[in-house]
Each structure stands twice: as C-alpha cells, then as structure tokens.
Design a protein around this ligand. Structure first.
Ligand code: SF4
Ligand code: SF4
Length: 97
C-alpha cells in the first residue's frame, strides 16, 4: 500500500522546495505540550533517502550527513514520517514529559 503517493512524476531535486513556505516557528510557537507520541529515528538504519523530509507536513525534518534529524520543538507527532519510511527507521514512541 502506498497511502501518500497518488501518482509518480519525474522531477529533479532542484524543483523541490528546500522547506515549507514558512520556516518552523514563523507562524507558531514551540510545541505546546499536546503531542502524545513522537517519532524517533534509528540513525543506524537511516539511509538518508529524504522521503520523510519530503513528506513531513511541518517541514521539521532535515537531512544532515545523509541522516534524518527532527526538530522536536515543532514536530506535531502526526506519524507520517514513520509511515513513509520504507525501511522502518522511524518508530513512534510515547512522548517523554
Ligand atoms: S525515510 Fe527513513 S531512511 Fe529515509 S531519510 Fe527518513 S528516516 Fe532515513
Ligand atoms: S511526526 Fe509528523 S510533524 Fe513530526 S517529524 Fe514526523 S511527519 Fe513531521
């Protein structure tokens, strides 16, 4: 099942925006505490394919040295990144208070 991919189009990475229209934090303040689960990346598994980076609706994932990183200040805990990662390098875990 490919729930988030409606159709496959060829594109180059030059055509993909580097981020969302607004940087994280431009319109919102840091996570207010209602997130109940958070994505945790197993960096040993991550191959830097950038799928989570491309699909995160909040633009809070960056790729550094071919590894994904999450800005927890703004992550909403939606779980899309975990769903889209084909090699299951992201697990959703209970929020740590
Ligand atoms: S989708 Fe998975 S393997 Fe790809 S960059 Fe994200 S965490 Fe890494
Ligand atoms: S849980 Fe949602 S908001 Fe948080 S990093 Fe993953 S896709 Fe982005």
């Amino acid at each position: 099942m490919r729930p988030y991919i409606r159709e496959k189009k060829d594109f180059t990475f030059d055509e993909v925006p580097e981020n969302t229209s607004f940087e994280a934090g431009y319109l919102t303040t840091v996570n207010s505490g209602w997130r109940s689960i958070r994505p945790v990346i197993d960096t040993a598994k991550c191959v830097g394919c950038e799928q989570c980076y491309l699909y995160c609706p909040d633009g809070v994932i960056s790729i550094r040295d071919r590894k994904a990183e999450i800005d927890y200040d703004f992550c909403k805990g939606c779980g899309i990144c975990a769903k889209i990662c084909k090699i299951k390098a992201i697990e959703m875990e209970a929020e740590r208070k």
